[in-house]
Design a protein around this ligand. Structure first.
Ligand code: MN
Length: 243
């Protein structure tokens, strides 16, 4: 039996709790469970990584999962800082952008989720909407309605025919959850839009000439509970990573 592929999952920083209250590197358990359930061997990647660490880590990893989190700082894509940009973590930005660039260069399989798709776009030279409600006229609500569970559907996405995401999910459109106020604006070099919300907001990106480079703006790892098909995105990553 083949060894399960090693999937690096990028983690962020959280304030410490309890007696010591030292800051933590952390990520939602949902990403780890979804990776394990798909047959991957998960390895959490702290953001305390320099470029050499990133290179050495990616040589050993079979695949990369860029996870969700706070906003990417505008300086990375030549944008202007704004009070609308929230929960910036430059250490995490730096590490994840380096991981994404390296994965793009080397053909390492990468699945990018929520913040991850934004990191992927910026790594490829793209830009972001700093705040959808103030920058996209007629935008839908890309956050859950008050009182709704995390896996509740927030809006539709139309998937591009022939895209990997459409092939993986086996549908032309899907209802997805939504926890973001930023999104890809100018699309990075080599990436193509593979999913859009009805308001035009980019919900999916791929790089067609890469073995597996798939980004989604929604959270499939949370939706697995009520839309089992979303687990196929993780299975596809693991398969591309040699599983
Ligand atoms: Mn959305």
């Amino acid at each position: 039996m083949r060894a399960p592929p090693l999937i690096g999952i990028s983690a962020g920083s959280e304030p410490g709790t309890g007696l010591l209250s030292l800051p933590l590197y952390a990520i939602s358990q949902t990403y780890v469970r979804a990776t394990c359930d798909a047959g991957g061997l998960p390895l959490l990647l702290p953001p305390a990584l320099d470029d050499g660490d990133v290179q050495r880590l990616l040589e050993r990893l079979d695949g990369l999962l860029l996870s969700g989190g706070g906003d990417v700082a505008a300086e990375w894509y030549g944008g202007v800082d704004s009070p609308l940009i929230k929960k910036v973590d430059r250490e995490r930005d730096r590490a994840e952008l380096a991981l994404a660039r390296r994965a793009l260069q080397t053909g390492k399989p990468v699945l990018a989720i929520c913040r991850g798709i934004q990191v992927l776009n910026v790594a490829a030279g793209g830009t972001l909407y700093v705040d959808i409600p103030t920058q996209v006229p007629g935008a839908l609500l890309h956050l859950p309605e008050a009182g709704q569970p995390l896996d509740a559907s927030a809006h539709m996405v139309q998937l591009a025919p022939g895209s990997q995401v459409a092939a993986i999910l086996g549908v032309e459109s899907a209802t997805v959850n939504s926890f973001h106020h930023q999104a890809a604006r100018e699309v990075g070099v080599g990436l193509v839009v593979t999913a859009r919300a009805p308001d035009g907001v980019v919900e999916g990106l791929e790089r067609p000439d890469h073995p597996f480079c798939v980004g989604v703006q929604w959270h499939p790892e949370i939706e697995i509970g009520n839309q089992g098909g979303m687990g196929r995105l993780f299975q596809a990553l693991v398969r591309a990573a040699g599983g």
